[in-house]
Design a protein around this ligand. Structure first.
Ligand code: SAH
Length: 385
């Protein structure tokens, strides 16, 4: 992609051929400038303009020479998805619908404001291949991976919207818990995470960026070598038979292997711990016996347990556990020394809560047509090991 010599300005590329520099982390940008006969430090200048000042027009990047700016304008672009809609929930949560293709495919990202932080929940794929039986995204099927530009653009969007509205600090935390399985779009996600944590990008501390996975074990092993961000694991069941039903990737990578990969990610790192996510499904995975089994599984792993009340959606085959069951579960795991937090549903009046992000896209997997699973079948095996 990067020719040795600069592409001459007198022969500018058409808009569709232009290189989207939003796809490049700092290393890739440096390689781009060097391969075009420029100094690598322009990568840092460009990142500051784009990510920190929100400037996407090269002609305004005044600490670069005029000829370099002209070269960039002629051959490159900073292209973000187009905003289709912006909603605000009664609790302050906001949701953006962003168009990612020229077609009507769209992704959603959600901003959750709290007293001391602004957490952005972003998507990594258009749809999802994993087919978790309780997740609304799963019902929509799958279209494709998002590019690095499309992933980081969600942060660019939310962060600069906040700054433009007068918020002093913009987005403070990112969780990759929107649509998709981040570890099945590994390279694009890692490049985007690089930009989130880069001092010339968003300068987020690695503890404030969380990758959430349903348990793609080989990618978890690779992750340990590639980055140092926080890792959340969607466990949801304390035994393989139940987890096979709720999170089908468990059939490929069963709980024992998953927990070994969790150890692999944190062992030898004092500051790392795993956040286990556990969606509370009425009569399915929420009994005291499940809590006991769960404690046995995770008690020797430095971790935190997040209980997520199930967020309903149209045609869901599950219901959320009773508050009493959630409290009993939490009291038990906490009494066994596991730090347990019940997540508060946020933004549910605009369908912005966990598992409610569905975007709008053409399903290439045709799963949305085929999907049907019997709740009775799942309940029947809920306690089996
Ligand atoms: N694929 C990744 C990230 C996406 S989902 C993963 O599985 O971790 C983010 C979290 O929301 C996961 O823990 C997921 O299981 C949970 N979730 C999905 N649907 C939900 C629903 N309807 N209610 C509550 N949590 C849900």
């Amino acid at each position: 992609m990067f020719g040795r010599a600069r592409v001459p300005v007198s022969n500018p590329m058409s808009a569709t051929e232009k290189i989207n520099l939003l796809d490049f982390n700092r290393n890739a940008l440096e390689a781009f400038f060097v391969s075009n006969g420029e100094k690598p430090f322009h990568a840092r200048q460009l990142m500051q303009w784009v990510h920190q000042r929100g400037v996407t027009d090269f002609s305004l990047m005044t600490d670069m020479s005029k000829s370099l700016r002209e070269f960039l304008s002629a051959n490159c672009c900073i292209e973000r998805p187009r905003m289709l809609a912006h909603q605000r929930a009664s609790d302050g949560t906001r949701k953006w619908l962003l168009s990612v293709d020229d077609s009507d495919n769209a992704i959603e990202c959600v901003l959750i404001p709290e007293k001391s932080r602004m957490t952005l929940c972003i998507s990594s794929q258009l749809g999802c291949t994993l087919n978790c039986s309780f997740c609304a995204t799963a019902k929509q099927g799958f279209n494709r991976n998002l590019s690095t530009a499309e992933i980081i653009a969600q942060l660019h969007f939310a962060h600069h919207s906040l700054l433009a509205e007068g918020y002093a600090q913009g987005v403070t935390n990112v969780v990759m818990m929107g649509m998709g399985e981040p570890l099945l779009n590994f390279d694009a996600v890692i490049a985007a995470v690089d930009m989130m944590c880069d001092d010339y990008g968003y300068a987020l501390s690695k503890r404030r960026v969380t990758i959430s996975t349903a348990g793609v074990v080989p990618a978890m092993e690779k992750l340990e070598q590639s980055t140092d961000v926080a890792l959340a694991v969607s466990l949801h069941a304390p035994n393989d038979r139940l987890r096979n039903q709720l999170v089908p990737i468990n059939r490929k990578y069963p709980i024992r292997e998953l927990l070994r990969a969790c150890h692999g990610y944190i062992d030898g790192y004092k500051s790392r711990k795993i956040t286990f996510e556990y969606v509370m499904l009425d009569g399915v995975n929420d009994s005291l016996e499940h809590a006991r089994q769960l404690v046995e599984l995770i008690r020797d792993i430095p971790c935190k347990l997040n209980l997520i009340p199930f967020n309903p959606y149209e045609h869901a085959i599950y219901r959320c556990s009773e508050q009493e069951a959630i409290d009993r579960f939490r009291d038990y795991t906490a009494s066994k020394g596991i730090v347990t937090v019940t997540r508060r549903a946020r933004g549910d009046d605009i369908d912005a809560a966990c598992g409610q992000l569905v975007g709008a896209f053409h399903d290439r997997s045709r799963r949305s047509e085929k999907y049907q699973l019997s709740l009775k079948e799942i309940k029947g095996i809920r306690l089996a090991n």
